[in-house]
Ligand binder design. Structure first.
Ligand code: ADP
Ligand code: MG
Length: 435
């Protein structure tokens, strides 16, 4: 037994027969994996789906390690790569865009928040170099900028397989430039960029403040622009908010079209969740989708993460209606991203659960001590973990807003001296934030 494919087959068999891993789990997570390489006591597995890699690493690492140990009687490491990673397609300058079907226009959900950027991207993709040059797409993290950049590249490649498309992250542009200067190959570096038909630069904000990169990019930009070659840039903010960006670059970035992407509204979030679930053959109920859409609001990457987690938890929890899995996926997202503000409803539910009460108990009228304390804590938590105003909180808690303010103020006062309460609040908070 020496080649990676055979080793993997044996690992699979050990997981099934000796570790008694269920066939559902094996089929869901391991069936499409292959052993691709075995070197230096590390087994490299390759999978077609990025999310499977995430889930297996997160949940099944111990199982795979155990199986390897049983086979070899010593510790063997393993890694999982996606198909493009394994093939080296993710080399910075030249991704193989035919492999990026995932990031196509077809798989981009259009809503009010992104329709302008989407339309601009499509226009550029169908007639590069003629409409908007440059096109600069800006917006927060995880809102689809790179997705659109790849979609442009994929479309142009399809329409014109010979087009020379250069995709680069601006940090890689900087690193490559530094390497070229050190090895005396600056001319080759220049040639490569200036020979591109299409230049796509992701996250251009990182060149701000870097003198030689800005200088080089300025000349690259001019050369391409004069030759009517399409330039598309993405950035986390508009040029005027890039304080350390040279004026002459700022001006040029504004020559063409600036298109911003905003966080998606509720309807768009629902549509994105549906699409992402379809892509992995996951059936979700409307309630599950709404639970995610109501709670994960700021970032599409996290929406996608919640959908992928749901697939993992669905198998793990095997619960009747799947709502437990959905809530857990959301809590996971919050736990990983504590800066996301959970909604008041979600916090109240978590507080109720912590005290073994119901949501209705917290917002209800019962004034027994068993209810009053948790209620105060819930009010305090909502006030502290969200940006809700007192009047809005009054509506949520069915009370006058002055009552709420009074409760929050007294609890805050108490917290200054009562360490036990402080700990308890921390616990409750953790129960909101951790699965
Ligand atoms: P950014 O570059 O703005 O940080 P990405 O383009 O990497 O964001 O998007 C993050 C994830 O969200 C990707 O998996 C992408 O496919 C997905 N995504 C973002 N916007 C949309 C959308 N409108 N429709 C479908 N998927 C989207
Ligand atoms: Mg990006």
């Amino acid at each position: 037994m020496n080649n990676a494919a055979d080793i993997w087959k044996s690992v699979y068999r050990v997981m099934k027969e000796e570790l008694q891993i269920s066939s559902t789990t094996l089929e869901t997570w391991f069936d499409d994996m292959r052993g691709a390489k075995f070197e230096n006591n590390i087994l490299t597995l390759v999978t077609g789906a990025e999310f499977k890699k995430d889930v297996v690493l997160r949940i099944h690492t111990d199982t795979v390690k155990k199986a390897l140990f049983i086979l070899f009687s010593k510790e063997i490491g393993f890694e999982i790569l996606t198909e493009p990673e394994f093939e080296g397609y993710i080399a910075p300058e030249t991704p193989n865009f035919s492999n990026y079907d995932e990031y196509s226009f077809e798989k981009f959900v259009v809503g009010a928040s992104n329709k302008f950027a989407h339309a601009a991207a499509k226009a550029v993709a169908s007639a590069p170099g003629t409409s908007y040059n440059p096109l600069l797409i800006h917006g927060g993290s995880g809102l689809g900028k790179t997705h659109l950049l790849y979609a442009i590249a994929g479309t142009i490649k399809k329409n014109n397989p010979k087009a020379k498309i250069t995709y680069i992250k601006s940090e890689d542009f900087t690193n490559e430039l530094i390497a070229a200067i050190q090895s005396g190959t600056r001319n080759e570096f220049r040639e490569k960029y200036r020979n591109s038909d299409i230049l796509l630069v992701d996250d251009i904000q990182f060149i701000a403040g870097k003198d030689s990169t800005q200088e080089e990019f300025f000349h690259t930009f001019n050369a391409l622009h004069e030759a009517h070659r399409q330039i598309v840039l993405t950035s986390d903010r508009p040029p005027k908010e890039m304080a350390k960006l040279e004026e002459r670059l700022k001006t040029r970035f504004e020559w063409g079209l600036l298109a911003d992407i905003e966080p998606p509204d509720f309807e768009t979030r629902m549509a994105i969740i549906s699409l992402k679930a379809d892509l992995i053959n996951l059936k979700l109920t409307t309630e599950q989708k709404e639970l995610i859409a109501n709670n994960v609001t700021a970032n599409v990457r996290q929406l996608e993460g919640a959908v992928h987690k749901l697939l993992a938890y669905r198998d793990l929890l095997a619960d009747v209606d799947g709502m437990q899995a959905a809530e857990r996926a959301i809590r996971d997202i919050f736990a990983e991203n504590p800066w996301i503000n959970p909604t008041p409803e979600f916090i109240i539910k978590a507080v109720a659960k912590y005290f073994e009460l119901e949501y209705e108990d917290i917002i209800g009228k019962d004034r027994s001590a068993k209810m009053v304390e948790p209620r105060k804590i819930a009010m305090y938590m909502v006030r502290n973990m969200t940006n809700e105003s007192y009047p809005k909180m009054g509506k949520i808690f069915n009370r006058d807003h002055t009552t709420i303010k009074y409760s929050v103020d007294t609890l805050e006062e108490l917290l200054k001296t009562d360490n036990e309460l402080k700990e308890q609040i921390k616990d409750v908070k953790n129960s909101v934030l951790t699965p």
